[in-house]
Design a protein around this ligand. Structure first.
Ligand code: DGL
Length: 271
């Protein structure tokens, strides 16, 4: 019985392709697991919508994956986590892992200078982010940088090139880069364009994301709950073969091809 339950997939969802950056790290740590990935393309982006709308969309995404039959759920979206994680946890009996902008790891680096947080407007205006920023405000100045429109560019498949460069140059033209010691990528879509961000801000600024931390946390939660289907990998053995079932709202099936391509860039081949 327990064995059957442990064979169930881990559900992962995001408004679109961004959560694939998290899924890649989870697959590296948990190579024996199966996954069910849901991209809510029809309602993307989440980050410029009203809080109650995103809460309801997130609950529907969780419901969809619970009906697929998952043993746990990773909300691979900072925006959905910031407004809906408590409601999702209250609704489902399985472990639910969320994400937040990686301010804790940024502080642990002990850098001097401001910490810039790139995220969606909804994440940055949420109570959850205010509480997080308040918690660390005595350790560094935290500067929020809402990036309206960036998720849409990434969703259209522009992970490098002129469109992304132009957007980033524009958004960073108002920022004094000399003051910034680190940039926290508080949206899983932005992790997919990390190289482009480095190209624009330079390599003196440390770029931090929460993906590896979330993957490790997911591994330890599943271990603690006795839900693993195999051992946690200390080191990923690339290339990896992964069993991922993809689900999307709407009918843009090329999104699935893009998701698989992003995983392949990380050395992960989907079976
Ligand atoms: N990947 C989501 C996040 O981490 C993007 C939200 C959106 O769709 O705007 O916040």
């Amino acid at each position: 019985m327990e064995n059957e339950r442990n064979k169930l997939p881990i559900g992962v969802f995001d408004s679109g392709i961004g959560g694939i950056s998290v899924l890649a790290e989870i697959i590296k740590i948990l190579p024996c697991e199966e996954f069910a990935y849901f991209a809510d393309i029809l309602h993307s982006p989440y980050g410029t919508k009203q809080e109650d709308v995103v809460r309801s969309l997130s609950l529907k995404a969780a419901e969809f994956l619970s009906l697929v039959g998952v043993k746990s759920l990773v909300v691979a979206c900072n925006t959905a986590t910031s407004v809906a994680i408590n409601d999702i946890r209250r609704t489902y009996p399985f472990p639910v892992i969320g994400m937040e902008p990686a301010l804790k790891p940024a502080m642990e680096l002990g850098l001097t200078g401001k910490i810039l947080v790139m995220a969606t407007p909804l994440t940055l205006s949420s109570k959850k982010f205010s509480a997080l920023a308040h918690h660390y405000k005595h350790r560094a100045e935290i500067v929020p940088l809402p990036c309206v429109g960036l998720v849409e560019i990434v969703e259209r498949g522009y992970l490098s090139g002129q469109k992304i460069e132009a957007y980033l140059s524009h958004v960073f033209s108002t920022v004094n880069k000399e003051d910034i010691s680190a940039i926290v990528l508080g949206c899983t879509h932005y992790v997919l364009i990390k190289k482009e961000i480095v190209n624009v801000v330079g390599d003196k600024i440390t770029i931090i994301d929460g993906n590896c931390g979330t993957a490790r946390h997911a591994g330890s939660v599943l271990q603690k709950e006795g839900l693993l289907n195999g051992a946690i990998a200390e080191k990923p053995h690339i290339p990896l073969r992964a069993k991922v079932s993809f689900y999307i709202s709407g009918n843009e099936s090329e999104v699935i091809t893009r998701c698989k391509q992003v995983l392949q860039n990380e050395g992960i081949i989907c079976e």
